[in-house]
Design a protein around this ligand. Structure first.
Ligand SMILES: [Zn+2]
Length: 450
């Protein structure tokens, strides 16, 4: 269905002029785009995994500066800052009794360390975060808490908020009740033996304890073992260390506009990734999409507004890149912020949060997106982590919502690799972004009255 749609559009007659000057021409050109694929292929191949604040992220930064310069962007530079960095060591879990066997586990970001020799403890079962929160302390104290909450996929990804709470808050809740460690069922929708890592932050007063995610099949295995009714003892090794003040940095690249007073349009993504995979869908493709779309939009001529690509150096571990960007640029006039950080599957819906009186602009964007199979919604756009401080400050936002049905099969796992990217859907993203950036960058409306 989608392939037919994209193929049909790609085979449409070529525009009469060489430089596409309208949305139809931009769509046609963008549906044949190679820049986004080449960017994601290059970053994942030549850099690979790139956790924020590590030498790998520094290589990603240098790589992106070189690539964006070669692509013809202006004012390309890295903007450095420092941040604390959590570094994974060894991840191991073994059932000692009653049925000795190994389980596949990965530590969560900011996990405490068990030390090299690991820890032993009895498993206390909780069906959900709510069950852990409701449990009396004596059911948790001295135990390895296990939260078994099975995530379900949704097209809009909204289930991440609900199920993801077990990862974000579970470790702090378990720590405060005296658990010696916590294991969660991976916040993922696959049935593969790949653990989904991700960040969690210790709440005020919560002592760091070892915190890990079992793969979905391993969590199900542990549940079957528990259901046999005997106490279950585990040996857990999750080693890690924390480093202070490590170098990270955002990469900025611009297509300068003709009218500086009209404000800047930020098109954001993040360069860092988790350590387990090569960060193809999270978020090499997002960076490929925004860079490619900015170039496609610029083919129609120099835009009125500057399009500024922001490749954040640190998103996965707590938004250090977004905060550094806002500190450096928050006082500049921003007309619009957008972000691509939900994989590379097709855009299916557009959400707006524009100032009063901008209905005509959202109508024009909706009409330009309709031929790509994108529907306009009445839900308010909210942006993402890389632009969160801008959104909080009142900068208008447009969200091009991507199909998230299979995103959480792959997200934060060793399986986040280039082969998961569908080149045709990636191009549809570029086309949706390109027409949106083109219309917003050239809009006569004021936008930047925040
Ligand atoms: Zn991401």
């Amino acid at each position: 269905m989608l392939s037919a749609l994209l193929l049909g559009a790609a085979l449409a007659p070529a525009p009469a002029v060489a430089a596409p000057a309208d949305e139809a021409a931009i769509r046609v050109a963008a549906l044949q785009d190679d820049v986004a694929w080449d960017f994601a292929e290059g970053l994942t191949t030549e850099v690979g995994p790139r956790p924020a604040g590590t030498p790998q992220e520094a290589r990603a930064r240098d790589w992106a500066v070189a690539r964006l310069t070669a692509l013809g962007f202006k004012n390309v530079r890295a903007e450095p800052y420092t941040m604390p960095v959590w570094v994974r060591g060894r991840d191991q879990a073994n059932i000692l009794a009653p049925f000795p066997q190994a389980l596949v586990v990965a530590a969560l970001g900011n996990s405490g360390s068990t030390g090299e020799s690991g820890i032993e403890g009895e498993v206390a079962y909780f069906s959900s975060l709510a069950a852990l929160e409701a449990a009396p302390e004596d059911q948790v104290r001295g135990k390895i808490a296990f939260v078994d909450h099975g995530m379900k996929a949704t097209q809009d990804g909204s289930s991440y908020g609900y199920f993801g709470a077990a990862r974000r808050q579970g470790p702090s809740v378990a720590s405060k009740k005296g658990a010696i460690a916590i294991l969660i069922r991976s916040i993922g929708t696959d049935n593969h033996r790949v653990p989904h890592t991700g960040v969690q932050m210790w709440a005020e007063g919560a002592r760091p304890i070892p915190a890990g995610a079992l793969t979905v099949p391993d969590a199900e295995q542990l549940v079957r073992v528990l259901h046999r009714g005997q106490p279950v003892k585990l040996h857990l090794v999750l080693t890690s260390r924390m480093l202070k003040d490590q170098p990270s940095g955002n990469v900025i690249a611009e297509i300068p506009g003709t009218d500086p007073a009209a404000g800047i349009i930020v098109a954001a993504c993040h360069l860092d990734s988790w350590d387990q995979g090569t960060g193809a869908i999270d978020d090499a493709t997002g960076c490929g999409i925004v860079a490619a779309a900015a170039l496609q939009a610029a083919k129609a001529g120099q835009p009125r507004r500057t399009i500024r690509v922001l490749m954040a150096g640190a998103e996965e571990v707590g938004g250090d890149g977004a905060r550094a960007y806002f500190k450096a640029h928050g006082s500049e006039r921003h007309a619009l912020a957008m972000e691509s950080d939900f994989g590379a599957d097709r855009v299916w819906r557009v959400d707006f949060k524009l100032p009063e009186g901008h209905g005509m602009l959202s109508d024009r964007i909706g009409q330009a997106l309709a031929p790509l199979g994108v529907g306009a919604s009445t839900q308010q756009a909210g942006g993402g982590a890389d632009i969160a401080p801008l959104v909080k400050a009142g900068v208008p936002v447009i969200d091009l919502q991507q199909d998230g049905t299979r995103y959480f099969d792959i997200h934060h796992t060793p399986d986040d690799t280039l082969d998961k990217v569908d080149p045709l859907q990636l191009r549809q993203n570029v086309a949706a972004w390109a027409v949106t950036l083109h219309l917003a960058a050239n809009a006569e409306e004021s936008l930047a009255d925040n």
